[in-house]
Design a protein around this ligand. Structure first.
Ligand code: R5P
Length: 302
């Protein structure tokens, strides 16, 4: 086995990467169509996004909160900047008149019934993404996983197809059940994904050193939410992520499994776009939740 170089230490987190002529990190030399699709996902006013991730069914079926996407998710669409979903859900349940940008899950294979989830393949043609007017596609990359090389190759093939069509690829750091989730791992995974051509990366937040993950990745990073947390904790995590250089979130369970998903997505948006503190966002969550409860009680009383 070749000897690996020691990982670098000079991240200069206080010196933002320059992006002359365009507002998004690493995107300023992309073609017009690619930039335009990126600008549909990342709000040009804040440079950030609240992407709502609802693709979980692609390997685990009707996940809690996603049993009826028509009832639970469609009402949230006006409050997100983009939706991350599968083409099956897009074609069957998302109204075609919806103006929100759609980022489509483009990998798949093993289901939750298998121990090894890294055995994925490309699961959608770029032609279909274009046909569906997608603003981007997303694919899992299993750095360090059993099928690491295949998942990297899946992504690079998708990136090649995306470059031909002008469709950005979001590479997703997929963490196996036994993988250590620390900044060192995510620096490695995010950097590999960016070096091999993804236009942006989705990854998890880590408490220690997340700013080095964003600083050493030359393209925008969006934070995946992970398992459901109490709302204040989830808002704190999103706040820390954007303050430490993330260009927004691609969050699922912490929104759609919240007891008040509409209030939660508005609170997340306040953190992402308005730099609301976790406490301010949590107060917003509580007040919107109370408003919604009153409205429901009034309807029931009528
Ligand atoms: C999971 O495999 C999917 O890629 C999700 O899109 C991703 O994990 C983000 O959703 P959550 O915030 O629920 O973790």
């Amino acid at each position: 086995m070749p000897e690996a170089d020691r990982e670098g230490e000079r991240y200069a987190v206080d010196q933002p990467q320059q992006t002359p002529g365009f507002y998004l990190k690493g995107s300023h030399q992309l073609d017009w169509g690619m930039k335009n699709r990126m600008a549909r996902v990342f709000d040009p006013r804040s440079g950030r996004t609240v992407m709502l991730a609802i693709d979980h069914g692609y390997f685990q079926g009707p996940t809690t909160g996603l049993e009826r996407i028509d009832l639970s998710i469609v009402p949230l669409l006006p409050s997100c900047d983009a939706l991350f979903c599968t083409r099956g859900i897009l074609r069957t349940l998302i109204p075609a008149q919806c103006q929100k940008p759609m980022v489509l899950r483009a990998s798949g294979g093993p289901s939750i019934l298998r121990d090894e989830l890294s055995d994925e393949q490309i699961a959608m043609d770029m032609d279909d993404a274009v046909r569906l007017n997608a603003a981007g596609v997303g694919i899992q990359v299993f750095i360090g996983g059993e099928h690491e090389t295949r998942s990297v190759h899946n992504m690079t093939r998708l990136v090649d197809a995306g470059l031909r069509a002008g469709v950005p690829v979001m590479g997703i750091t997929a963490v196996g059940k036994t993988m250590v989730r620390d900044a060192k791992y995510f620096r490695l995974a995010c950097r590999i994904i960016a070096e091999l051509g993804a236009q942006y990366v989705k990854t998890y937040y880590v408490d220690d050193g997340f700013e080095t993950v964003t600083a050493s990745c030359p393209v925008p990073i969006v934070m995946a939410g992970g398992k459901k947390l109490p709302e204040l904790e989830a808002l704190t995590m999103a706040y820390n992520a954007v303050q430490q250089g993330a260009s927004g979130v691609d969050m699922g369970r912490n929104i759609f499994q919240s007891e008040a998903p509409q209030a939660m997505i508005e609170a997340v948006a306040a953190v992402v776009h308005k730099n609301a503190t976790p406490r301010q966002a949590f107060e917003l969550f509580r007040s919107l939740k109370a408003d919604a409860a009153r409205a429901t009680a009034n309807v029931a009383a009528e």
